[in-house]
Design a protein around this ligand. Structure first.
Ligand code: SAH
Ligand code: SF4
Length: 344
């Protein structure tokens, strides 16, 4: 089996070149080419000797990661890439433009096993975890496309297909490479990982040297409703989730983003807003009320605009920071949490 070079961390690449009888710094050179210069062809690594390139090509290769389709928003620089993976599966990543920010939303799994009732990815079921390479390559590819168009990637969110903490090891490896200044060199302060509340893996995420931002999809205020729409709540009910969040070693002035998809008649009453206040008391948060994007012919609808505004007002009046997030890039079916809808 060929080793996939584009998912290895620095130490692993060093070990690999050492095992081929080459000095460690050769590993550092390759690492730079792969991640910092986004080159995925050994023959383009001009500071490596011909013989060494031949030697490494016998044991290592790049992951097949093929662009099938690139959609561009007519309105802004939003972009969506559909990629073909080695085993024929497909994934999507999207860059959303919002004010002066370009945010890349990456996928971590093909499908998702969490089964949230309102989510399109859940309809796909679970196919498999993405490898470290497949996570990284989304970033390298989309970043380059954006840069070629004169844009600059400012943020990365792990909010595409899949539950990041259900693929924790590869997610952590990808974060290490992305945030390493000799790797992709992306600031950990500009990366957010979103979870439906897989409580048992939060410690791993917070034990990283460079801790990224956390977003948590709350989406309901009672266990009854949350368990109905998010089955993960049966395993980790609201109180378990929130007491874990309260124990996390958050850095000063860091806040957890609480995501709350506004679902008409499900979680959008003032009683819910009251419970949000109770539940989140004492936790440093900012709240994103997400306008539901109804792309599957399901039973869920977005709350009416005045309901969302009232919900927001109730919370801001009680000193919470609350944003309403409209679906960006709607003309390219881009919004996070609803990727893959067209490929079921
Ligand atoms: N699995 C992770 C990250 C991917 S989902 C998680 O659940 O947090 C990213 C966000 O999109 C979640 O907050 C989810 O609640 C939301 N979401 C899912 N389907 C949506 C839809 N159709 N419209 C709007 N938001 C949606
Ligand atoms: Fe998975 Fe997140 Fe969709 Fe739930 S909302 S099914 S956790 S991708």
């Amino acid at each position: 089996m060929m080793i996939k070079i584009d998912g290895l961390i620095l130490e692993e690449i060093r070990d690999l070149v050492n095992s081929l009888g080459e000095p460690t710094y050769r590993g550092d050179q390759i690492y730079k080419w792969v991640y910092s210069k986004a080159v995925n062809d050994f023959d383009m690594m001009s500071d490596l000797s011909k013989e060494f390139r031949k030697k490494i090509k016998e044991v290592a290769a790049f992951t097949d990661f093929t662009l099938l389709e690139l959609k561009e928003s007519k309105r802004d620089l939003s972009l969506k890439g559909l990629f073909l993976l080695e085993d024929g599966e497909k994934i999507e990543s999207v860059i959303l433009k919002d004010a002066d920010r370009h945010t890349l939303c990456v996928s971590t799994q093909v499908g998702c096993r969490m089964g949230c009732k309102f989510c399109n990815t859940a309809q796909v079921g679970f196919k498999r975890d993405l490898t470290t390479s497949e996570i990284i390559r989304q970033v390298l590819f989309m970043k380059k496309v954006l840069e070629d168009k004169g844009g600059k990637l400012t943020n990365i969110v792990y909010m595409g297909m899949g539950e990041p903490l259900d693929n924790i090891d590869n997610v952590i490896r990808s974060l290490e490479i992305l945030t390493d200044e000799n790797g992709v060199g992306f600031s950990h302060r500009k990366i957010t990982v979103s979870t439906s509340g897989v409580v048992n893996h939060l410690d791993k995420l917070f034990s990283m040297k460079k801790v990224v931002n956390l977003a948590v999809s709350l989406n309901a205020t009672t266990d009854g409703v949350r368990s109905r729409i998010m089955p993960i709540n049966n395993r980790f009910p609201i109180n378990t989730l929130l007491s874990k969040l309260k124990q996390l070693p958050l850095q000063k002035r860091k806040r957890i983003t609480i995501e709350y998809v506004m679902l008409k008649g499900v979680n959008d009453t003032i009683e819910d807003a009251k419970r949000v206040v109770q539940l989140l008391k004492g936790l440093p948060v900012k709240i994103n009320l997400i306008v539901y994007n109804q792309t599957i012919g399901g039973e869920y609808k977005s709350s009416d605009e005045d309901v969302v505004l009232n919900f927001q007002k109730y919370l801001t009046d009680r000193n919470f920071t609350v944003f309403i997030r409209k679906s960006l890039a709607a003309d390219i079916d881009g919004a996070c949490g609803q990727l893959y809808a067209k490929y079921i």
